[in-house]
Design a protein around this ligand. Structure first.
Ligand code: AMP
Ligand code: MN
Ligand code: MN
Ligand code: MN
Length: 276
């Protein structure tokens, strides 16, 4: 494999392009193995796979599961699982069912600080209402001119300590890994460089992840710096984790990196796709 991208989003969650278009764009960009990894949602996989088959591109089932660990939201990627697995589907459905309620609480919090109408506004940006996400709120707040871009909306309104952020119970680390592995898949920690963990928390997190059966970490990510890649290559070797790589593409103009335009995969790591 020359160009592997194992992390991206479609309108089935908070991406801007339908799954079929994500796959076409990936193929145009030279990707030869793609995983679509929508947040807590598998509904884009069928369309994505059929386009990938048409284009002769290798396609891998994927998902990005939202979990809570030490009060922080963390993302666990699942790859190459059986998308019909009942426990996985039931687990993801349970996570999704809390999203609409969270969105109402977020809208109420934003209304309190003088920004009304955010529930309907955010829903207007969500193709899949069950997957209503902070991204949809951010797009709405940019649309109405509250902030100039998504990044500043998150900084000012949508992260812990900011007025539009509300706590939410996601899955646990153990559940996410159990659902993914139970469906025959491989679990990888998404963009480990993005979390606000101390060094000791990061080690504790990797220990627990490994303890519950986690097998890989995302070393190369659209949201990782060159330093992050070096640091997490080292962690992968130390813990015996395989390494995954992905752009985390959400849409044209909205992502750090386009599909298939990743930094090189470091030497000396075990590529997760060799296990698929
Ligand atoms: P949610 O799952 O609803 O909590 O939304 C999380 C999503 O928001 C992530 O998957 C990203 O797509 C997006 N996101 C999180 N933090 C930021 C940020 N600082 N800037 C832009 N997008 C972000
Ligand atoms: Mn997202
Ligand atoms: Mn993520
Ligand atoms: Mn993602």
């Amino acid at each position: 494999m020359h160009n592997v991208d194992l992390h991206c989003h479609s309108t089935a969650s908070d991406g801007l392009l339908p799954a079929a278009e994500v796959v076409r764009r990936a193929a145009e960009n030279g990707v030869d193995m793609l995983a679509l990894t929508d947040h807590d949602e598998l509904s884009g996989l069928t369309a994505a796979r059929s386009v990938a088959d048409e284009l002769g591109m290798r396609f891998v089932n994927g998902v990005e599961v939202s979990i809570e660990w030490l009060g922080l939201q963390v993302h666990i990627l699942g790859f190459a699982f059986d998308a019909d697995d009942e426990a996985l589907n039931a687990g993801l459905a349970a996570i999704r069912s809390g999203r609409v309620d969270r969105a109402r609480r977020m809208a109420a919090a934003l209304e309190k600080i003088g920004i009304p109408g955010c529930f309907d506004g955010a829903m207007g940006h969500a193709e899949n209402p069950n997957l209503i996400s902070r991204s949809h709120f951010a797009r709405y707040l940019v649309e109405i001119g509250v902030c100039k871009d998504m990044r500043s909306v998150f900084e000012s309104y949508l992260v812990p300590g900011r007025p539009g952020y509300v706590d939410h119970r996601w899955a646990t680390l153990e559940e996410a890994v159990r659902w993914i592995r139970g469906a025959g898949g491989v679990a990888s920690v998404a963009h480990p460089g993005r979390y606000k963990f101390s060094r000791s928390e990061l080690r504790r997190f990797f220990d627990e992840f490994k303890g519950v059966g986690g097998q890989a970490i995302e070393v190369v990510s659209g949201s990782h710096s060159a330093d992050n890649v070096v640091v997490f290559s080292r962690f992968a070797r130390e813990y015996g984790f395989m390494a995954s790589c992905g752009s985390d593409f959400h849409g044209p103009g909205e992502s750090y990196v386009d599909l298939g335009k990743l930094a090189p995969f470091p030497q000396g790591l075990a590529p997760v796709w060799e296990s698929f």
